[in-house]
Design a protein around this ligand. Structure first.
Ligand code: PAN
Ligand code: ZN
Length: 190
């Protein structure tokens, strides 16, 4: 099982395969199944049914060996599978960085969206290969697969930023992304 390096991390090169959406050397990979997304989809019964029906993998996060500690700059590649639950597009849990700091995402493969919320306003950025989405300090963020193939992106963020998942459960994300006949649409938070 790959592990994080012990800080301070020595200089090293990362081989980045954007087609395969992989980093080498690898750190740990986190797997999020449907059961890990409790309370996040608007349609609770559809979520329960999906958990009962094989509890599918919704997304994976592959890290480089750089650990999440202050002054280091970790990177990871997230791959979200295509799918919907109660019509809502598959997505990451979403979080806010409690130590407000900026972050960048780079689209690698597939089609997605970057939903951001500052507690009052929400913003949406369409993400495609080559798009850099900028997340300003203090904005909660969630990624959505809007296509019919896996959607992958690279994230680079300050190691001391922390991850607060409770903030999204408490405040929501301002909007939800749904599949429609012609693509996808955002609907008000419910
Ligand atoms: C990303 C996210 C990753 C998974 O690396 O952590 O896409 O999303 P959740 O953390 O919301 O489950 C990032 O924004 N890091 O700060
Ligand atoms: Zn983040």
């Amino acid at each position: 099982m790959p592990a994080f390096a012990t800080p301070p991390v020595a200089p090293f090169a990362i081989s980045f395969d954007h087609e395969a959406a992989r980093l080498e050397p690898e750190g740990p990979t986190l797997t999020r199944r449907m059961s890990d997304l409790e309370g996040l989809f608007a349609d609770h019964e559809a979520w329960q049914a999906a958990v009962a029906d094989g509890d599918p993998v919704v997304y994976r996060v592959q890290s480089s060996p750089v650990p999440e500690v202050d002054r280091e700059l970790p990177q990871s590649i997230t791959t979200i599978e295509p799918g919907t639950t109660g019509g809502e597009l598959w997505m990451t849990k979403g979080h806010q960085h409690p130590n407000h700091q900026g972050e960048i995402y780079l689209g690698l493969h597939g089609a997605g969206g970057l939903l951001m919320y500052d507690g009052t306003r929400h913003e949406w950025i369409d993400m495609a290969p080559g798009t850099i989405g900028y997340i300003p300090p203090g904005w909660a963020h969630r990624s959505v697969n809007t296509g019919d193939e896996p959607y992958s992106f690279l994230a680079v963020y300050p190691g001391g930023a922390g991850h607060d998942y409770g903030w999204v459960l408490e405040h929501g994300m301002g909007a939800r992304a749904y599949r429609t006949a012609s693509g996808h649409e955002l609907r008000p938070w419910s």
